[in-house]
Design a protein around this ligand. Structure first.
Ligand SMILES: Cc1cc2nc3c(=O)[nH]c(=O)nc-3n(C[C@H](O)[C@H](O)[C@H](O)COP(=O)(O)OP(=O)(O)OC[C@H]3O[C@@H](n4cnc5c(N)ncnc54)[C@H](O)[C@@H]3O)c2cc1C
Length: 270
């Protein structure tokens, strides 16, 4: 089945064309298509590969053998409500992490040392169940093949209201303009926001896109911003930071466009 999606409305950064997207309802899918979750960490260009998303079949939460089994299309907000209601710990970080469980697993999303992998038990892909210890992962990266259909977590009792408040506070400085979250990963021992600010790009605007005045590492859409403007800003920040500090800022936001695919992507080197 296909579904038409207007990515200028669907994506959190409010950029992208209107496209027909393949909807996965069973555990088989066109291997050449690029999988999207809820589009909170992606920037979709005018020349994307064929796309696919998970359908409603993968939007569920169930408890089996003391494991919380969550369909990968399930929104974080739904998981949070479930855990609050059933007094389950370790999902208190979710209010400030927009997205689907599948997207969070792929990105190992988190805040500081609190990451979604911390309490993960296993994932289900077309290869069956893969235990966390078998999945190489680290700060905002993971290494596994294919689509996550389900994520499983060990259940520990005790939803922590104090943690919930702490996570909300940690993101108080988050800009409200549309964005895809952090634009760059923090280089080891430093912060991408600081480096962007040091090269004078905090608040800097090209067309209708800007590095936020509030938080320099958030690339924000001030209304009608375009893919090209976003890319121009990303390349400018990478170049300026490299020239001043010798550090190549690595994108956290994922650019989905044929021109930026693979090893020859201009985002990967100067
Ligand atoms: C305002 C804002 C604040 C944010 N703050 C944070 C933060 O503090 N920390 C943080 O870590 N992130 C943050 N993000 C980014 C975002 O919340 C996370 O990256 C989230 O995990 C994205 O989920 P998604 O479903 O939207 O994935 P998408 O953006 O749609 O996709 C992200 C990646 O995941 C892959 N993917 C999606 N679903 C699956 C699946 N089922 N199986 C395999 N791969 C899949 C996609 O191919 C893509 O590579 C923020 C985003 C916004 C807009």
């Amino acid at each position: 089945m296909k579904k038409q999606i207007d990515f200028s409305k669907y994506s959190s950064i409010k950029i992208g064309p209107i496209l027909d997207v393949f909807v996965i309802e069973e555990k088989n899918y066109p291997k050449k298509n690029y999988l999207l979750g809820h589009c909170n960490n992606v920037l979709i260009g005018n020349r994307p590969p064929p796309l696919m998303i998970l359908g409603k079949t993968f939007d569920y939460i169930k408890v089996e053998n003391n494991l919380l089994c969550i369909g990968a299309a399930t929104a974080g907000g739904r998981v949070l409500s479930f855990c609050k209601k059933h007094d389950i710990a370790h999902f208190e970080l979710l209010p400030k992490l927009p997205g689907s469980l599948g997207g969070m697993i792929k990105m190992n999303a988190g805040l500081k040392e609190y990451e979604i992998f911390n309490h993960l038990h296993s994932i289900i892909t077309e290869d069956g169940e893969i235990l966390k210890k078998e999945i190489p992962h680290g700060y905002r990266w993971t290494d596994f093949k294919g689509v996550v259909f389900e994520a499983r977590f060990e259940i520990e009792k005790g939803f922590n209201q104090k943690h919930l408040e702490m996570f909300k506070k940690m993101r108080d400085n988050q800009p409200l303009d549309p964005s895809a979250g952090s634009c760059f990963k923090n280089p080891k021992g430093d912060s991408a926001g600081r480096l962007i600010q040091e090269v004078g790009l905090k608040g800097f605007q090209i067309g209708r896109m800007a590095f936020s005045k509030q938080h320099a590492n958030f690339l924000v859409n001030l209304g009608e911003g375009s893919f090209d403007e976003a890319i121009e800003l990303i390349l400018l920040a990478q170049k300026k930071v490299y020239e001043k500090f010798g550090v190549w800022l690595e994108n956290e936001l994922i650019v989905v466009d044929e021109r930026f695919k693979g090893e020859n992507s201009p985002l990967l080197k100067i």
